[in-house]
Design a protein. Sequence first.
Length: 138
Amino acid sequence: MIRILATALLALSLTSSGAFATSFGDLVERDGLYYKKFTDEPFTGKLDEGASWGVLKNGKREGPWVMDYANGQLSWKGAFKIGKREGPWIAYWANGKIRFKGAYRNGKREGPWVGYNSDGTKYKILTGTFRNGKRASY
């Protein structure tokens, strides 16, 4: 009996600590932070709901993240630093062709970016060089 109770308590503590992957459906967003439902502590742990996965740290996205279309095709991949997009990002159309690629610094587009239409031709509105989130050149 004590063994069963100890096992149940361990499982409960691991689940509430975020040791197991959870989904966005288990969370609520308040003031830009994600919380486990019915708590006031920002969530830390793995998020995996099939179509998207990554880690939340203190309620914000952190590190590599990936999102898929419903058919399993990769939609985008990139990374976050303290909840802001950071580093190289690439997104794809549902047909598998590249939609855009570029990099972020502190949540803003930075450096060369290139965008494509779903047929693979360049999309000029998304293409250019960006500085601090603003287009510096085409």
